[in-house]
Design a protein around this ligand. Sequence first.
Ligand code: NAP
Ligand code: GLV
Length: 309
Amino acid sequence: MSILLACDFDAAEWALWRPALQAAMPGERFVTSADAPDGIDVAIVANPPAGALAGLPRLRLIQSLWAGVERLLADASVPGDVPIARMVDPAMSAAMAETALWATLALHRGFFRYARLQQEARWAPHRQRRADEVTVAVLGLGQMGGAVAQRVADQGYRVLGWSTRPAALAGVETSAGEAALAPLLARADIALNLLPLTARTKGFFDARRLAGMKHGAGLVNLGRGAHVVEADLLAALDRGQLGHAVLDVFASEPLPPEHPFWRHPRVSVLPHVAAQTDPRTAAAVAAANVQALREGRPLAHRVDRVRGY
Ligand code: NAP
Ligand code: GLV
């Protein structure tokens, strides 16, 4: 099969991805530009340039190397009748669970506050709480949120999980649907966002929802920047409604140097690294779908275009 690689990788990333993909799919032919568009069967994509997937008459699979596919779905030039599969890799879920656990521990134990106090050479210990006295809400219980909820619950926190369809997770109090959301946010000391970006979740953390959170709560956004109305978050932090925000994703990435998040004392910025796709494991995930296509078996991790994830 001919596989188009439409990825915005730099040279260092290509140096990792090319051999990993080639090793996972030794019999396949890879191209990086569709010089012969009639021959392309599969596109493996990571932030493809707009139009890169148009005019490929034989295309039968778009395999994303990203878990979140909102950009692909928003690109009108991506053919609507070709299945899109997203990246689902346990190694990525494990990395996400590590990031979420780090943020949860740091918020719970006040480590971000102590880092601020260090800047002022202030010695000001606070009383510490046990993990089981801290309530953590996990929004989205899919591949990422499920792993996060489990990891944080294993650490002894009280975990409340939320999704659209009822879910069951050991050690996690789960609820589903809009009506369950406000009571859950009102109880949470820490909210971890692992929702996909869809029409229903854009601007999710706006002034109204932030005002409904527990006073002084921590917000950890590991989903997408557009889940948060940035001006509303800044206002909520400035009036103390929220205690601290840990942000891995932003409306505009890279985060512009002049953005107030960089220097806000109650914001911790990460450069979209909560869970990176790792070619060492993800190439095999893509290869399994290419093999399924070759053998006429159902594709794994197909995106539901109506739901948007
Ligand atoms: P997933 O497996 O598709 O799970 C999505 C979860 O969100 C499901 O539990 C789903 O509930 C829930 N959900 C969706 N819309 C909802 C709504 N309107 N209200 C309540 N719950 C809703 O996705 P995933 O693999 O866990 O990834 C989630 C997101 O994480 C990705 O879309 C991406 O944006 C982000 N991500 C970020 C990074 C990073 O490095 N920062 C890395 C990877 C992924 P139902 O299934 O019940 O509908
Ligand atoms: C990263 O943000 C991803 O969606 O894979």
